[in-house]
Design a binder for this molecule. Structure first.
Ligand code: APR
Length: 242
């Protein structure tokens, strides 16, 4: 059903599920990343301090995988949605892969950071780091300061997600909030749906399984995003075949 017009203000929140059909593992499924690694060992500042080699090799493996994966039709559908809405769409992703930007999304916030980038622990410079020299097993030293070591530019547990002020402001004002491929486990991302709902936005969920916060949705579509999102976007913008 045609839901949107070019002036509708839309916030889309994506999670690991939107990249699953591109071959990137999610976190909490049966064969998920957190089945193989303890979060506290590889995704916390303490884990990095305790065993930087373990954390570095975990992220170098995920960074190198970016060279082998491609966006899927769900990423492409969100590019179509941005072409229709322009500045009225804000895409907020929890994902640290680069598939949304490679598909062509522009109004994009990576609230949990980006695998493509590394950040100096000392001077905090953030560098685009997908050259061969950045993808080896050895640590990478900072080019901007004499002794800095680069860490993954990833928001670890207990660290503050990026751009929360901008994200909250957009969620406060949006008419429609769409969550795609996220289990609703991790805050503050999982709390955005409740804020949108409280502010009177029309809330839509698209997910393989009903997420934790499924009751907050006005409309829920169960399935693989790569399979069902393109048709949903076509319906929402009213491009269905007459
Ligand atoms: N299409 C749609 N949804 C899918 C698909 C698919 N093809 N495959 C899996 N899903 C759904 C799963 O049902 C699950 O609800 O995607 C969701 C993935 O949930 P998680 O693995 O918990 O990933 P996510 O919600 O993105 O995790 C949030 O937790 O570990 C942290 O920082 C990490 O950003 C991550 C955050």
């Amino acid at each position: 059903m045609k839901l949107l017009n070019p002036n509708t203000r839309v916030v889309v929140l994506t999670g690991a599920g939107i990249s699953a059909e591109s071959g990137i593992r999610t976190f909490r499924a049966a064969e998920g990343l957190w089945e193989e690694h303890r979060i506290e060992d590889v995704a916390t500042p303490e884990g990095w301090r305790r065993d930087p080699e373990l954390v570095w090799s975990f992220y170098q493996g995920r960074r190198r995988q970016l060279l082998d994966v491609l966006p899927n039709p769900a990423h492409d559908a969100l590019v179509d949605l941005e072409e229709y809405l322009g500045e009225n769409l804000l895409l907020v992703t929890q994902n640290v892969d680069d598939l949304h930007s490679r598909a062509g999304s522009n109004n994009l916030i990576h609230m949990h950071g980006e695998l493509r980038k590394l950040r100096c622990e000392l001077c905090e410079v953030v560098v685009e780091a997908m050259e061969g020299v950045h993808l080896q097993d050895d640590f990478v030293t900072c080019q901007e300061c004499p002794t800095g070591r680069l860490r993954p530019h990833i928001v670890w547990f207990t660290e503050m997600p990026f751009d929360m002020e901008k994200i909250n402001a957009a969620v406060f004002e949006c008419d429609v909030f769409i969550a795609i491929g996220t289990s609703g486990h991790v805050y503050p991302a999982a709390g955005l749906l409740a804020i949108a709902q409280m502010r009177g936005a029309y809330c839509i969920g698209v997910n393989l399984d009903p997420p934790e916060n499924v009751d907050f949705f006005d409309e829920f579509h169960q399935g693989r995003a790569g399979e069902i999102l393109p048709d949903l976007v076509t319906q929402w913008v009213g491009n269905e075949e007459e």
